[in-house]
Design a protein around this ligand. Structure first.
Ligand SMILES: [Zn+2]
Length: 140
């Protein structure tokens, strides 16, 4: 599965701008992960509609949900991309932010959060064990 959710959009930008598609075009769909903290993971993402930079905050419980393939409350599952997004609008134009995260990505955040001391030691292992038990249950 590709982790570049904006690959198709970037392709369109490059096609339409041709040789002019440079750093400016790339910056439009740039998603930046900011340093983790006790609250969770913070992203900066530009609105695909108006270009406004939005900060998107994901809490650790939300990240743990997504890492387990579960949908947190108020989130939307994008089946086409196999990813989930918080149901939030741009702070400027209020268009729904096309901001997607995958379970793999969230699992990496949990690892980083545990390594940084923001989650209890063993948190990720416990979560993985729960996941394995759950998938073993499905096979029965
Ligand atoms: Zn906007």
């Amino acid at each position: 599965m590709s982790e570049d959710y904006f690959a198709d959009m970037r392709g369109q930008l490059n096609n339409s701008y041709g040789s002019l598609g440079g750093e400016g075009a790339d910056e439009m769909d740039q998603v930046v992960v900011k340093p983790l903290d006790r609250a969770g993971v913070h992203y900066a993402a530009r609105c695909h509609f108006c270009g406004q930079k939005n900060q998107i905050d994901l809490t650790w419980p939300e990240i743990a949900y997504v890492a387990q393939g579960q949908q947190p409350e108020q989130w939307v599952y994008d089946a086409a991309r196999g990813a989930m997004r918080p149901n939030i609008g741009c702070c400027k134009c209020h268009v729904v932010m096309m901001f997607l995260v995958t379970p793999d990505e969230c699992m990496r955040h949990l690892h980083a959060g545990e390594a940084a001391g923001y989650l209890q030691p063993g948190y990720v292992n416990a979560l993985r064990q729960r996941l394995q038990q759950a998938s073993a249950g499905y096979r029965r």
